[in-house]
Design a protein around this ligand. Structure first.
Ligand SMILES: [Zn+2]
Length: 139
């Protein structure tokens, strides 16, 4: 496959790019549709259809009947690699802003409870310590 000659033009979805870059004889059909040789069976003529759904999910359809799981395994991926929401980014450092906000919320709730003179349950106390640890790590 030659990316430079513009044989296909990924729409920017990381999932799609990841899948297409591992397939042979990728050709673009319509705007959001590609065909390639299926890696899961002995495919002489491209019989794998790759479609990108509106949310960036990659849909795989082999006309010989291979399942999506067989296809992704054959190219060293997992099913979750087809879903943008589950994309793991090991290169990112520390928890997300949302996760940090969640930990802060836990600390606020615990502190409010302590301020009212209420003792924390052991499980809440543990969770509070975990939240404090995570926030320390995040900074
Ligand atoms: Zn197949």
């Amino acid at each position: 496959m030659n990316i430079k000659n513009g044989a296909y033009a990924p729409t920017g979805s990381a999932c799609l790019e990841k899948v297409l870059s591992r397939l042979d004889r990728v050709k673009q059909g319509r705007a959001d549709r590609w065909i390639a040789c299926c890696p899961a069976h002995d495919d002489k003529t491209p019989s794998l259809a790759i479609t990108e759904a509106g949310d960036g999910t990659v849909l795989l359809k082999c006309w010989a009947g291979c399942t999506a799981a067989e296809i992704v395994t054959a190219i060293g991926l997992e099913l979750r690699d087809l879903f943008p929401g589950n994309d793991q980014r090991p290169q990112r450092r520390g928890p997300s802003r949302k996760a940090i906000e969640h930990e802060r919320q836990i600390i606020r709730v615990a502190q409010a409870q302590l301020a009212q003179g209420k003792a924390l349950k052991p499980s809440d106390q543990q969770r509070l310590e975990l939240a404090q640890q995570r926030l320390r790590y995040a900074q």
